[in-house]
Design a protein around this ligand. Structure first.
Ligand code: CU
Length: 157
């Protein structure tokens, strides 16, 4: 009986962890880190999230890393001459009192050199390093290949 209660408790903790998608470091709030399985098996992918700077000073995202990929880089994506192209960004400003969103077709973290392709339902750690606030490790939720946006959970503001 006790074992069953404990097992249920563990289950509840696990399912709640799936929704704990907000992380705070200093004046920054990082929400809903997510990724998606690729339609074809490739050793890479993209990660998305949003950063809300609630402080009065601009911060900068200066590095990203994950044990899940050999290489993690900041990319921006934009249409020029009717073609979508990706560009590496050395860093990205997070202006005071504003929110910067990483999403498909725009800013994203490019993950490459994965030993195993991303699978929907898995989680992996991603470390974001900010110039002023420091580093924070977030858990990225991998969604199905057709997902267009991250999990919808209420923000903690
Ligand atoms: Cu990219």
């Amino acid at each position: 009986m006790i074992a069953r209660v404990l097992a249920l408790g563990a289950l509840l903790v696990c399912s709640t962890a799936g929704f704990a998608d907000d992380y705070r470091i200093g004046e920054l709030l990082i929400s809903q880190p997510w990724s998606r399985e690729l339609p074809v098996e490739l050793p890479g992918g993209s990660a998305y999230f949003s950063v809300h700077n609630q402080g009065s000073q601009t911060d900068r995202l200066i590095a990203v890393s994950s044990p899940r990929a050999a290489k993690s880089t900041l990319h921006t994506q934009a249409a020029s001459d009717g073609m979508m192209s990706m560009q590496h960004m050395p860093a990205l400003d997070i202006p005071a009192h504003s929110e910067v969103t990483f999403k498909p077709g725009a800013n994203h973290v490019m993950l490459s050199g994965m030993e195993q392709p991303l699978k929907a339902g898995e989680h992996f750690p991603l470390t974001l390093q900010f110039e002023k606030a420091g580093s924070v490790e977030v858990q990225v939720s991998v969604l199905p290949a057709d997902a267009q946006s991250g999990p919808t959970t209420p923000h903690i503001h």
